[in-house]
Ligand binder design. Structure first.
Ligand code: SER
Length: 320
């Protein structure tokens, strides 16, 4: 069996995906690709390789030397960081993806996963029940790279037969690794602050509803789409993929059921404009129909699990 390479392993998704893949396929068969940020102990249970995805020959060497035949290409500069440094977002997100797709074609890589995002949508996209095929006019550099990336994936599939599959992730909530530089990051920070300080200042308005998902569902969806029969993958742009939509006010109310003293205040910053250009609720029925996507965690189940696991991680007494 060839090896699985995960780029961006120390990121929010990679920190959960690498252990999940290792449990399924064996530690030695899943290579954690890292770059600047050093890996934590957990990633060291199997092979770890330092590789810069913008360096094509470096990625090629990893593929050749390790007999890689599946790639989860997770490296990416997220929305808020991308607005601070659009050059970097373009370089990392687009050059990195093109390198991976070229190498997948040239080395007969069996399957590639690449995440798109709700950021691929824009201000003229319908914001309620956003369909999979619709107006796409992203106005952040991150969103531009995600939509261009989707088109590139579809092109490499139809022109070269590269079996690349993609999900438009919503905001993802998790307790292992922090998200870095996104617009939906508040939905993770709010739990840390509720447990540690019982107060949080949110950089989005209280009514900013966005599509969201708990990490175990994101991992399940990612692995399921990669295991699906190629004939079931009818969309080669990227699948809408969601679990719940909520606003800062709604998640606050849910947290208060367990931590009644918790208080929130709102000081919207530049990220508000980004959130305002994204859908509130996306329609992921195509993923459910084509390859059987089903989410498990709603807002209340996720809140209970996050509080339990994060209080254990932070060494804070569980509030219930
Ligand atoms: N979570 C991402 C961000 O906020 C969306 O893909 O940038």
């Amino acid at each position: 069996m060839g090896k699985i390479l995960v780029t961006g392993s120390v990121g929010q998704i990679g920190s959960d995906l690498v252990p999940a893949l290792r449990e399924k396929h064996g530690n030695e068969n899943v290579i954690a690709g890292v770059h600047r940020t050093p890996p934590g102990e957990e990633l060291k249970q199997g092979p770890v390789i330092t590789v810069d995805v913008t360096n094509k020959s470096a990625v090629e060497n990893v593929i050749k030397e390790n007999d890689v035949n599946v790639i989860y290409h997770l490296v990416g500069v997220l929305s808020a960081t991308g607005e601070k440094n659009p050059e970097l977002a373009w370089k990392v997100n687009m050059e990195g993806l093109k390198n991976v797709l070229d190498l997948a074609r040239d080395h007969n890589i069996e399957r590639v996963f690449w995440p798109s995002s709700i950021a691929a949508f824009g201000p003229n996209t319908p914001r309620e029940n956003t369909p999979q095929l619709t107006v796409m006019d992203p106005n952040t550099m991150y969103g531009v790279t995600k939509y261009a990336g989707e088109l590139l994936c579809q092109y490499y599939f139809s022109k070269y037969g590269v079996d690349v599959r993609s999900l438009r992730y919503p905001g993802v909530i998790s307790y292992k690794a922090l998200p870095g530089g996104g617009t939906t990051d508040y939905s993770v920070a709010i739990f840390y602050e509720a447990l540690k300080n019982k107060r949080y200042t949110c950089y989005l308005r209280e009514d900013s509803t966005l599509p969201m998902m708990y990490m175990p569902d994101a991992i399940k969806g990612t692995i399921n789409i990669m295991e699906a029969d190629p004939s079931d993958i009818k969309c080669r742009l990227s699948y809408n993929h969601t679990a719940v939509s909520f606003s800062p006010k709604e998640i606050t109310e849910e947290i208060k059921k367990h931590i009644p003293e918790f208080e929130i205040s709102y000081e919207p910053d530049d990220r508000q404009k980004i959130a305002d250009s994204w859908p509130k609720v996306i329609d992921d029925s195509e993923a459910r129909k084509d390859w059987g996507w089903e989410h498990e965690f709603g807002l209340s189940e996720m809140t209970v699990d996050m509080i339990e696991r994060l209080s254990a991680k932070l060494g804070i007494e569980k509030p219930f």
